[in-house]
Design a protein around this ligand. Structure first.
Ligand code: CP
Ligand code: NVA
Length: 317
C-alpha cells in the first residue's frame, strides 16, 4: 500500500476525476514550462535515476513513445512491459505484479482493457500508477487536449466544445476535464453509445460550479453549432473490432465530422482527434488534414503533459 506523498493529492492518476481544477492547472502550467525548456535546450534532468515501468495490454504508438522519450528527456529511463511477456500472461496476479514492480520501479504507467485492472494495480503498488488508457478513461490524453485548447484559444473557461461520435474512454474523461475547467461540452452520440452515466452525473455537478453546460444528445448538428472546438475519436476502439459492421452502420454517415460539420462551428473553431484516425470514417481527410486541425500539436502535447505528470507524481517538481 502507498504511504509516500506526491505533489498531487492522489498518489495515482487513473482518471481526470483524480484531479482538482488547481491540479489540472498545475499540470498544464508545468507542462508549458517543460515544453519551452525542451525547445530552447534548457531541459533539466528532473528524473535522473528514476525508472518508469510501462505495462501494455493493448497496442500503442503515441502513449508508449511519448512516455519513453519523456523519461529519457528527464534523465530517467523507461521499461516496456508487454502484458504478453510478463508472468501475468501465465496467471500471476495483478496484486503480486504490483508488489514486485514496486520493488524495482519509481512509477508505473499501464494501458489495460478493464479499468478495474489499473485500479487494482494502483491499490497494490507502493509507487504511483498512471492510467495510459483503459476502456473507461484516458486522462493523459485529456490533459494534452486541454493544453492544446489553451495554447490555441488562450483560455479554457467559457469555451464551447462539441464531441461527435462514440461516448468512449476519451469522451468520459473529456466530460470531467471540460466541466472542471469551465468548458461547456455537448456530446453527440448514437443511442447505446453514450458516455458512462455516473461520469455524466459527476460532470454535470462539476459544471454547475464553473458554469459549464454538460449536454448529451443524439444530434451532431446541435452539438457542432457555434462550437470553439470539435472533437471526435475512432468509432472502433481497441477491443471493439468484432463490432465493426454494426458500429459502422450506426455511426455513418450521421456522426462523421466533415466540412459541413465544421461550417456549423465558429469560423475559428479547431478540430481535435486523439489519434489513431480513420480518414473517411469518423472524420474526412479534408478536415483532419485541413487548416482547422490541430491534431499534431495535440499529439506533441502528450509528451509535455506526461513529463509534467511524471515529475509531479514522483514529487520532484
Ligand atoms: N492517442 C493515443 O493514446 O494514441 P496511442 O494509442 O497510439 O497511444
Ligand atoms: N478510444 C480509443 C482511443 C485510442 C487512443 C481506443 O480506446 O482505442
Amino acid at each position: 500500500m502507498k504511504t509516500s506523498k506526491t505533489c498531487l493529492s492522489n498518489k495515482d492518476l487513473l482518471g481526470l476525476q483524480d484531479l482538482s481544477l488547481s491540479e489540472i492547472n498545475l499540470i498544464l502550467d508545468f507542462a508549458s514550462k517543460l515544453k519551452k525548456e525542451q525547445k530552447t535546450g534548457k531541459a533539466k534532468p528532473l528524473l535522473h535515476g528514476k525508472t518508469l515501468g510501462m505495462v501494455f495490454q493493448k497496442p500503442s504508438t503515441r502513449t508508449r513513445v511519448s512516455f519513453e522519450a519523456g523519461m529519457y528527456q528527464l534523465g530517467g529511463t523507461a521499461v516496456y512491459l508487454s502484458a504478453n511477456d510478463i508472468q501475468i500472461a501465465r496467471g500471476e496476479t495483478i496484486e503480486d505484479t504490483a508488489r514486485t514492480l514496486s520493488l524495482y520501479l519509481d512509477c508505473v504507467m499501464a494501458r489495460v482493457y478493464d479499468h478495474a485492472d489499473v485500479q487494482k494495480l494502483a491499490q497494490y503498488s507502493s509507487i504511483p500508477v498512471i492510467n495510459g488508457l483503459s476502456d473507461a478513461f484516458h486522462p493523459c490524453q485529456i490533459l494534452a487536449d486541454l493544453l492544446t485548447i489553451k495554447e490555441k484559444k488562450g483560455k479554457l473557461n467559457g469555451l464551447k466544445l462539441a464531441w461527435i461520435g462514440d461516448g468512449d474512454n476519451v469522451c468520459n474523461d473529456l466530460l470531467i476535464g471540460c466541466a472542471r475547467t469551465g468548458i461547456s461540452m455537448t456530446a453527440a452520440c448514437p443511442k447505446g453509445y453514450e458516455p458512462l452515466e455516473d461520469v455524466v452525473a459527476l460532470a454535470a455537478r462539476d459544471g454547475k460550479k464553473t458554469a459549464a453546460d454538460i449536454v448529451i444528445t443524439e444530434d451532431p448538428i446541435a452539438a457542432a453549432k457555434d462550437a470553439d472546438v470539435v472533437v471526435t475519436d475512432t468509432f472502433i476502439s481497441i477491443g471493439k473490432e468484432g463490432e465493426r459492421a454494426s458500429r459502422e452502420s450506426t455511426f455513418l454517415p450521421k456522426y462523421q465530422v466533415n466540412s459541413e460539420t465544421m461550417k456549423l462551428a465558429k469560423k475559428d473553431a479547431i478540430f481535435m482527434h486523439c489519434l489513431p484516425a480513420k480518414r473517411g470514417q469518423e472524420v474526412t481527410a479534408q478536415v483532419i488534414d485541413g487548416k482547422q486541425s490541430v491534431v499534431w500539436q495535440e499529439a506533441e502535447n502528450r509528451l509535455h503533459v506526461q513529463k509534467a505528470i511524471l515529475c509531479l507524481l514522483m514529487k520532484t517538481a
